[in-house]
Design a protein around this ligand. Sequence first.
Ligand code: ARG
Length: 726
Amino acid sequence: MKKFVLLFTVLVSFGTSLFAFTPPDEGMWLPMFVDRLNYVDMQKMGLHLTADEIYSINNSSLKDAIVGLSTQSKPNGYFCTAEIVSDQGLMFTNHHCGFDVIQQHSSLEHDYLRDGFWAMEKADELPNDALTASFLIRMEDVTDSIIPFLNDSMSEGQRSAKVGEISARLKKQASEDGKYNVVVKGFFGGNEYYLFVYNVYEDVRLVGAPPSSIGKYGGDTDNWMWPRHTGDFSIFRVYTAPDGSSAKYSEDNVPLKPKHYLPVSIKGVEKNDFAMIWGYPGSTNRYMTSYGVDFNMNKLAPPLIDLLGKKLEIMKEDMDASQEVRIKYASTYASTANGWKYYIGQSRGLKKLDVITKKREIENRFTNWVDADEARKEKYGGVLNELKEGYLKAGEAVGPLLYINLGLMGADIIGYANGFSQYEQQLKDVKDNPEAPKQTAEGLRESAKEHFKDYNAPTDQKILAGLYEMYATDVPEEQWPDFFKDINKKYKGDFDKFAAEIFEKSIFSSQEKVDAFLDKPSAKKLAKDPAYKLANEVMSALMGAVGGYQGAQTALSHGKRLFVDGLRKMDPNMVRYPDANSTMRLTYGKVEDYYPADAVHYDYVTHLYGVMQKEDPDNPEFVVAPKLKELFESKDYGRYGKNDTLNVCFLTTNDITGGNSGSPVINGNGELIGLAFDGNWEAMSGDIAFEPELQRTICVDTRYVLFIIDKYAGAHNLIEEMTIVE
Ligand code: ARG
C-alpha cells in the first residue's frame, strides 16, 4: 500500500527458514493441492464440504468468493483480501484495508474516518479511481515449462532473465487476448513455478465503513495485540459492465453477479470449532536460516524502528493539533505505525523465543545430512556459508541504505521533486521534440492535485529537518555523502534552518508554486530549485547504497534456492508448504485460547462490555461512540447477541500474515463466521518461525459486524441482500 511497505518486501524477501514438523494449524496451502494434501485432515477437524466445493476450476466453488485487493489494473500482488457476501457483488474486508479509500473520500465537511459512512442505496456508493478486485480463475503448475531451461552455470541475472522470457510467453498464451491478468510466480525459493489466471474488476465502490472509534478501536495501542475489541470491517461492492465483463467506472455499470458468495453465519463460534481462512498472504520467510534471523534482529530492525519512529513522532504532533492535518496524514500514519510496531514485535519475539537456536538445530541436521554423502557435499556443501556471507554483506549495506531511503529521502518533498527529472530533460530537448514536455506537464498538473491533497508543507518541513538531524547524529561522518557534509557545514548543524530555506525557496512546497511553474516552465529554473537539487543528490547516494545491498541479495537468492532444495530432499516424505508470496492460500485450524505467559490465560473471545471497560474519553484511541454506548446500555443486540452479551472478536490457530487482512474465516459448512484482521504480540516472529502454542489469528465476529451494520448504522438494505444463517 505504502512506499515503505514495498521497501520492506524487497528487504526481507530473500530469507530462508524451516520447520521440522507441520502441525495441523501451520501452513498456507495452495488450493489446487487441497484434495491431495489436506482434505482428509480437514474433514477430521470438522469440514463438511467436498473438495470440489472448495476448489474447482470447472464448477463454481468457495474460491470464487475470495478476492485480492489492489490499486492496480494488472496486479502482481494484493495488499489485502476481501470476500463476496451477496449475489449482488457486496464485499467485506477490514476497516484498515479500506482506510486509504475512506480517507480519500474524507474532508472537513465529510469526515468519514471519524464519523463512518453508509450508503443507504446503491446510488450513494462511492466510486474509486484506483481500487481493483481480482478473482482467481485457475492456477497451474508450470515448473516443467521453466526449470528444464535453466542451469547451474547461469548467473542469477541470466537465470531471472530466462524465467522472465518464458513467463512472458506463458502469460501471453493464457491471457486470452488480454481478457485475463496472468501472473507467474516462483515457489520454494525458485525451485517450482506456478501460473495464475485472474479476472480483474476495476469498478469497486465504497458501501459502508464504521467510524474509526469502532473500526480502529484501540488504535495503535491495541494494534498487534490481544485482547482486542475492534470492529475492523468495511464494505465495498464490485461492479461490471452490463454484459458482466470488467469495466472502469461508469454510471451504466451493474453490480457483479458472482459465481459464488459466502452465506453469513450468526450461530456463533465455540472453542475448538473448525475454522479455515482463505486469502492472499503477502510474504513469509519460514525457511530463513539463523544468519537471516540475526540479520533481521540486529541489522534490519533497529534502523527501521528508529527512522519510522522519528517520522511518526513528528506527524503525530501536527495531527493532534489539527483535524485537517489528521485527515491528510491518517492513512500514511496508520500504515507507518503498523510497520514500526511490527518490527518492534518481531525483534522481541525472535529474541524471546530464541528462534536462532531453533534454526541452528535445523542447520546442524542439514550439515550432517550433507556430510554423509560425497555428491551431496559437492552440491550443498557451500550453501550455508554462502548464506552466512550473504547476510554479513547485507548487514553491512542495509543500515546505510535505510538511512538514505527512509532518512535523507524520508520527507515527501524529495520524492515529489524527483518526479520532475524526466520533465527537465524534455524541457532541455524541446527543440527536438516540442510535444513531449506539453504532455508531461498535463500529467504533472494532475499528479500535483493528488499530491497536495494529502500534504501539509509545515509538517513535511519538520520531517525533513528531523530526519536530517537524525542522520547527522546516527550515521558516522565518514559515511556521509559529500552533499550532506556541505549542508552540515553551511548550516552549522542547524537543520531547522536548512529545511526552512528549502521550503521557502523551492517550487515544490505548494500547489500554487508548482502550477505557476508549469504555466511558465524552464529547465534552468528547475535545475536551480533547492528541493530538486537535493533530490538529485539523494537519488545518486541511494543508487550507490542499493548497489552494495543488491550484490548481497544475489548470493542470498542463490543460497536460498539451494538450501530449500536440499531440505526437501533431506526429508522426502515431509509435506512442506511454500512461503507466502501473494498467491491464494488456505489455512485451517480451530477456534482456541492461549497462555501468553506463565500463569496467564487469554480467553478466545471478547465482548461488547470489554469495549466499555477500555473506554477512555480522554484518549482518542479509546473513545466509544455515543450510539454504541446507548445500544450497550439498552442491550439492544437483536438476534446478534445471546443472554444480554454481544461477542466482538475471537481467536483461531490459523496460519496467516499481512495480506490476509480482510480474509474470510469460514466454518465447516462454508459459511462466514468472521474476518481475520491481525496477529498477536507474543508471536510476532511468526513470519519467520510458526509458534503453534502461541500464534493466533485475531478475527472480528460476524455477529458484531452485522450488529454494527443493522443496529448501529441502520443499513437494513445491506442486511437484506445477504444470506444470513441463524
Ligand atoms: N496489524 C494489522 C495488520 O497488519 C493492521 C491493523 C491496523 N490497525 C491499526 N491500529 N493500525 O494487518
